[in-house]
Design a protein around this ligand. Structure first.
Ligand code: HEC
Length: 480
């Protein structure tokens, strides 16, 4: 009951912000404080937990923080007692917006499998966690209402050619591993599941489809680092690639819409970039890829293709920074020396977007932003949308038909989080035509750069400390 009081106070707070007057928001938040106190002091609060708060935890957090869920090494919420014991951590993580991990804002179109909290749920959870009272037996188990599924129809389980064995000496490693496929003819993948092997160190994964003509080059990259599987890679695999698969902790298998699939030519192979984070030592990792393959009786399927939409990434040194690499051409030359021309796309992207470094030269206050409008070039239905920047990204936005009456924000990420690059699947059917425009917008903040790094102009290249700005949109080739 008392939670309804908190709800009303928060609604007022939202109105106060909207009114834009400078003193209203603080007055409103004082009201919220009072309401919170009322909640905590009210003896009737005990029923509020079971009815108003436990379902929130069971619908979102429990998915990853109970049983064998991927968040359990960090926080266990197996019982009500666990939630009470960790209430401070809950206040912090939820208050900061770090948990649950769903960076897309609700300016975006609606997405399937959305485990984010509404503002009211978030406030109810925080209000409870500040004074965690309950009349439930603390031993009451917390049971996920949206367990992580596994792929039901597994035709193949592919393991990497060689596994990767890292150490705590190098806690963060981005490793490209080769997954050869056993197919002799064109094959259609209907669904897949990335199965992390050493779950304590496998952080997230990005998979690329690569043409068979590049298989020897992949082998050569792996051979440069003998004794351990794959090669170090960050911004891209270093081979001509299409980003087609993705995994973050807590997502289950991915299935392409009924009647569609990912086409693999006979010689195509997959490279998966795995982000390893070694807080602990672990045995060699052989994370696998399970595949659900279409039978011949199911063909033909519509092809789902990945289309990349780019914007420039040009982040000049701030006015108070100086050093030889603050010169753009020196930074470009340094990136080319490290990653080759294929791995240093800054000038190419500028050309595509009809931009030039001068457009960004005034951005010397430590932040920068860029945008680019490009035609879709394909006809079909949007299956998923994903944004990509590196570690100093602060926001990402992708808009279909910007500035027209049919404008649609496909993805808005107001607080970019490199660790949680989800491919979001729109609930509604969204169709695109080749001439439709998609606008990509990114922003960056240089204060997020590693402090040990030499000051440098940051531009579009493959390194961890370089930047990128692009969207990958999976489009099903089908007419409206
Ligand atoms: C999709 C999976 C997922 C969901 C849903 C999720 N978490 Fe997490 N959580 C994680 C992972 C993984 C970590 C480890 C840190 C990281 O990767 O960000 C984590 C870390 C945390 C931490 C930090 C623990 C520490 O070590 O300080 C807290 C607190 C937390 N989660 C609370 C919650 C709460 C509360 C909810 C629900 C509102 C929630 N999480 C929902 C996956 C999830």
């Amino acid at each position: 009951m008392a939670f309804f009081v908190a709800g009303i106070a928060l609604a007022l707070s939202a109105c106060g912000d909207g009114a834009g007057s400078s003193d209203t928001p603080s007055a409103a938040s004082a009201t919220t404080e009072e309401a919170t106190t009322t909640v905590a002091d009210a003896p009737s609060d005990s029923t509020g937990f079971a009815v108003d708060v436990l379902p929130i935890i069971e619908n979102t957090c429990a998915r990853c923080h109970t049983g064998k869920g991927p968040g359990t090494p960090h926080l266990r919420l197996d019982t009500v007692a666990d939630a009470i014991e960790n209430s401070n951590l809950i206040v912090e993580a939820v208050g900061l917006g770090a948990m649950p991990p769903w960076p897309a804002s609700n300016l975006s179109v609606a997405f399937k499998d959305d485990w984010s909290l509404t503002d009211a749920e978030r406030d109810a959870l925080i209000a409870w966690a500040r004074r965690p009272l309950t009349d439930l037996d603390p031993a009451t188990p917390i049971v996920s209402t949206s367990g992580i599924q596994t792929l039901t129809d597994v035709d193949y389980e592919i393991v990497p050619l060689d596994g990767y064995d890292g150490t705590q000496d190098q806690p963060d490693e981005y490793r490209c591993l080769i997954y050869d496929l056993p197919f002799e003819d064109t094959t259609w993948i209907k669904g897949y599941e990335f199965v992390p092997d050493q779950t304590e160190v496998v952080h997230h994964a990005i998979g690329y489809r690569i043409g068979g003509e590049h298989r020897a080059a992949a082998g050569a990259l792996a051979a440069k680092d003998p004794g351990n599987g794959g090669w170090t890679c960050f911004g891209s695999s270093g081979l001509p690639e299409q980003r087609v698969l993705g995994w973050v902790p807590g997502i289950g298998p991915r299935e392409y819409p009924e009647g569609s699939g990912l086409r693999m030519s006979a010689d195509d192979f997959i490279v998966i970039q795995v982000h390893y984070h070694y807080e602990v030592e672990a045995p060699t990792d052989f994370s696998s890829l399970r595949l659900d393959i279409a039978g011949t009786d199911e063909l033909p399927l519509d092809s789902v293709d990945s289309v990349r939409f780019v914007a420039p990434a040009e982040i000049p040194c701030a006015s108070w920074e100086q050093g030889p690499l603050c010169d753009r051409s020196a930074a470009l030359a340094a990136a080319e020396a490290k990653y080759g021309e294929a791995g240093t796309q800054a000038n190419l992207i500028n050309t595509i977007c009809q931009a030039s470094p001068e457009d960004y030269a005034h951005m010397t206050d430590g932040t920068a932003s860029a945008s680019c409008d490009l035609p879709v070039r394909e006809r079909g239905q949007i299956v998923s949308v994903l944004g990509h920047e590196h570690e100093i990204g602060t926001s990402f936005k992708m808009t279909l038909l910007p500035g027209t009456p049919d404008e649609l924000i496909l993805l808005d990420i107001p607080d970019w989080d490199f660790q949680w690059q989800l491919a979001y699947e729109p609930v509604d059917e969204i169709f695109v035509e080749p001439t439709d425009i998609i606008r990509i917008e990114c922003s960056w903040d240089r204060s997020l750069r590693d402090r040990d790094l030499e000051p440098a102009y940051v531009l579009w290249a493959d390194g961890t400390h370089d930047e990128m700005c692009f969207a990958t949109v999976a489009i099903r080739e089908v007419a409206r």
